[in-house]
Write a protein that binds this ligand. Sequence first.
Ligand code: PEP
Ligand code: MN
Length: 359
Amino acid sequence: MKTGIEQVRFDGRKPFIIAGPCSAETREQVLETCTALAATGRVDMLRAGVWKPRTKPGTFEGAGARGLAWLTEARGATGLPVAVEVATARHVESALRHGIDAVWIGGRTTVSPFAVQEIADAVRGQRGVAVLIKNPVNPDIDLWSGAVERLLAAGVEQLALVHRGFSYSGVGQPYRNSPMWHLVLEMRARWPHLAMICDPSHIAGRREHLREVAQTAADLRYDGLMIESHVCPSQALSDAEQQITPAALDALLSEIRWRSPDGGDPEFARRLEQFRREIDQIDAELFTLLGRRMQIADMIGEEKRANNVAILQHDRWRDIVERVSLRAAELGLSPAFVKTVLEAIHIESIDRQNRIMNK
Ligand code: PEP
Ligand code: MN
């Protein structure tokens, strides 16, 4: 079945929605979930994992190849294309034998060039099959891009990207994986002709956060969403905390506002243009100031070199961070943002002073 995913572009009308259970567990669970999802009229592709990459051994590792037959049965019942996760050539061959329409490369597989190449070789010449590449779990855009290159070189025509967030040691953070939206913007700039689908389920990790993540994706003009859905989420054998019922998925999708690219109102376009000019002006000023700051850091570097003083002065840096953070908080800037900006400035200053010291 032609999935159409390679032509998906969110054009202000209909995002591409992929939904289905994290894992295919039983024939009944797959069929019940998939028919209920199809009945919402909002879903374009069904998903389920049959080989599950689990963090810990001894947990449910998927139903295996027999789950593929449940998925193709779901396709027969709904008319929707079906997708499954693959991590090896054997998985691909098995999926193709069962006539699965789309395969996705999971976040733990995209990290391995050997595994990605093996999958690319296995789909070579298989025109009918669509391939979705999830981002690698580590925040490495080159690695994700490399996977795209391998699949394109294998002649895959129906190719799309899935953003599932990045692993991080985010103690106290709300999400299971960090979205790092800026990295995905960079990936989209590199591959503007590939659809970008957001997977709020694996980013959020908990159903109560799905909506805010999905809305951010819509605001950033993603082309669609992949969301995990299970007829009885609390009983799910994997990812129970992030799955939602088909009815909840229907409600969630009805709440997401997919905004049009330009709004179509000339007054709005004029105001936007004015704000953008102001932003451009501020950016120019910011960089002029940063340039000036670095010149002064260089002069300090020269002084430190002449007097044989160490570059890094911990107390001084702590003072700067404290003072700037207080001011930034008054201005309503988030501590994480202030930390990122200050660290970038600090690293650049130290690099420059290092060069001066060692010239
Ligand atoms: C999944 O989609 O169920 C899955 C295992 O995803 P990821 O590779 O993003 O962890
Ligand atoms: Mn999952």
